[in-house]
Write a new protein. Structure first.
Lengths: 112, 112
């Protein structure tokens, strides 16, 4: 399957700090998605991106679809304790549009 | 609104026993359906996806199979479980053609 490289692997931050994570692929994607997963639960969709260069916000979350269509980033501003969890990027390649591949995840810990 | 149901939530099975996990979607027609596996602390590995009844695409060779006997039903099976089949199995759906995927609550399978 497709390889999505997500970084960083884990982050420990103080409450109130901003967070940034990114995802890159070796091939062109036509959709980028960002999910959050709590322990023992299924991932929940946070933001969906469909156009190169698109910048989309959802509350304190902002994500961008890279111009090259091979990368995306997610920013979380003013982190709070409930932001703790694992964040995954996911993408649909240009070919095989019914596939949806996931990054390796970023484990976020927020210290109160 | 659309909902996705996945069961059972947890399962402990002996090596060599068969497996059947079921996933159903309500509130939509002709969805894409997906099975993912997540090892502890790891990302999501796409196992199978389906764009219609009886249409199954496999992403990785393995000890598992999938079937879609009805439009909104997706089943993950094995004839003989291996220890390495342990993991967290997630079912997801998206609209036909791909896009945002929505996940069930997952099944934690432990093969002993």
């Amino acid at each position: 399957g497709q390889q999505l490289n997500q970084s960083p692997q884990s982050m420990f931050i103080q409450e109130g700090e901003d967070v940034s994570m990114n995802c890159t692929s070796s091939s062109i994607f036509n959709t980028w998605l960002w999910y959050k997963q709590d322990p023992g639960e299924g991932p929940v969709l946070l933001i969906a991106l469909y156009k190169a260069g698109e910048l989309t916000s959802n509350g304190r979350l902002t994500a961008q679809f890279g111009i090259t269509r091979k990368d995306s980033f997610l920013n979380i501003s003013a982190s709070i304790p409930s932001d703790v969890g694992i964040y995954f990027c996911a993408g649909q390649p240009l070919t095989g549009a019914n596939n949806l591949f996931f990054g390796t995840g970023t484990r976020l810990t927020v210290i109160p | 609104s659309q909902t996705i149901h996945q069961w059972p939530a947890t399962l402990v099975q002996p090596v060599g026993s068969p497996l059947s996990l079921e996933c159903t979607v309500e509130g939509t027609s002709n969805p894409n359906l997906y099975w993912y596996r997540q090892a502890a602390g790891r990302g999501l590995q796409l196992l199978f996806y389906s764009v219609g009844i009886g249409q199954i695409s496999s992403e990785v060779p393995q000890n598992l199979s999938a079937s879609r006997p009805q439009d909104r039903q997706f089943i993950l099976s094995s004839k003989k479980l291996l220890l390495s089949d342990s993991g967290f199995y997630l079912c997801a759906w998206s609209v036909l053609g791909g896009g945002e995927a929505f996940f069930g609550q997952g099944t934690r399978l432990t093969v002993v």
